[in-house]
Design a protein around this ligand. Structure first.
Ligand code: MN
Length: 324
């Protein structure tokens, strides 16, 4: 069976964004700034021949590219929107140069929801991008706040998904999660998983029944907690029946979210995610250049999935979710 290997959360940046972030933080890198110095910057800025060669070496057919975390979400609204547009234009140029090897998600500046809605329309209809990427909180605020909802109106009208990517925990959550060495492995998942749950809890999917979301890292822990969340949601809202949603929390999750395997190509959690969500709702991904492509492919191959399941996990699920 011919199978295309598609990866779904593959990071890039552009020199202007590296420079803007360096200026903003006085050149001091942190888990919150993303890569602004070091060898990753060069890999992130390569959306040409070098990246294609690394994909060939690992047997990757197509990368779905997105601007690396935290995107443009550190900046003021005007700077953020203009850099998002620039990143989207560069992404389009890279895809034009390698149309069978790259596809992309649009950068968004939640600081300007109306401007972002317009940019999303341009990015999808004119640039051919396949959805949006948003890196969790923006200046400590979450997308369940109705001020951001022009973005949901835009993606549902365009019928494309939002990839909700993690970043360092918001200021209100940061203190107890400040554990050097654990920011990504734990803090990112708490941040992004909580963000996704806020969308469910605060009625976003009631208001936007066509909204589709994608989470990396096997769903930021949520798939493993759904039974308990449902069970205790019923218990808690038994005390406040007027607050109870029409459906169980897990039903919104199952209907509106797909997950990718980025950074989580480990046998036990991967099998658990497939058991909970079904083999049609899990998409292969790597997180290049933060993870090694050849290693991740080797780990995935070693899990012994059937050819039919590999076809879905590597290829057709991603083609369906992102309309590739
Ligand atoms: Mn990532």
């Amino acid at each position: 069976m011919a199978i295309k290997r598609i990866t779904t959360e593959e990071a890039f940046t552009i020199p202007e964004i590296v420079e803007q972030t360096r200026k903003l933080v006085g050149g001091v890198p942190s888990m919150g700034t993303g890569a602004i110095v070091g060898p990753l910057v060069e890999l992130l800025c390569d959306i040409g021949q070098g990246r294609i060669a690394s994909m060939d070496n690992a047997g990757i057919d197509l990368q779905l590219l997105s601007l690396t975390a935290p995107g443009v979400q550190l900046y003021d609204a005007a700077t953020a929107l203009s850099l998002a547009k620039l990143a989207n234009d560069r992404l389009k140029a890279a895809i034009d140069a390698y149309p069978t090897r790259f596809a992309g998600l649009a950068a968004v500046a939640p600081q300007d929801p109306t401007g972002s809605a317009k940019e999303l329309e341009r990015a999808v209809t004119r640039l051919g991008l396949k959805g949006a990427i948003i890196n969790s909180h923006t200046h400590g605020e979450y997308l369940d706040n109705p001020k951001f909802w022009p973005i949901f109106e835009a993606v549902t009208a365009l019928d494309v998904p939002i990839y909700l990517h993690p970043r360092e925990p918001s200021p209100a959550m940061a203190a107890p999660l400040n554990l050097t060495g654990f920011t990504v492995g734990w803090g990112f998942a708490v941040e992004a998983g909580t963000h996704a749950l806020r969308l469910i809890a605060n009625g976003v999917f009631e208001r936007f029944p066509k909204l589709r979301m994608v989470l990396g890292h096997l769903g930021e822990m949520l798939p493993f907690m759904l039974d308990r969340i449902d069970n205790r949601y019923r218990f808690e809202t038994g005390l406040f029946p007027d607050k109870r949603m029409k459906r169980r929390p897990s039903e919104y999750f199952r209907d509106h979210f797909a997950v990718t395997t980025t950074g989580m190509n480990f046998p036990a959690p991967l099998r658990a995610a497939i058991a909970v969500l079904g083999v049609d709702n899990v998409l292969f991904g790597i997180d290049h250049p933060y993870e090694d492509q050849a290693e991740e492919v080797a780990k995935f191959e070693a899990m012994g999935f059937s050819e039919a399941d590999k076809k879905k996990l590597y290829q057709t699920n991603s083609e369906r979710v992102f309309k590739l």
